[in-house]
Design a protein around this ligand. Structure first.
Ligand code: FES
Length: 56
């Protein structure tokens, strides 16, 4: 599913960023550009990131 419509970032892309080593929201943002436009997706993006880190 899409987390970020502005930048076309899916939950899968966030999970991939985490499995590639991203460990902070800043790092996930740098890698995916999630929440770099309107910012409405930040809360959902962080939730997906935390889940992905917990599941590692
Ligand atoms: Fe992600 Fe707008 S929906 S920046």
């Amino acid at each position: 599913m899409y987390v970020c419509l502005c930048k076309g970032v899916s939950d899968r892309m966030i999970r991939e960023a985490v499995s590639d080593g991203a460990r902070s929201w800043r790092e996930v943002r740098e890698r995916t550009e999630c929440a770099s436009q309107c910012g409405k997706c930040a809360c959902m993006g962080k939730t997906v990131m935390r889940e992905a880190i917990t599941e590692e």
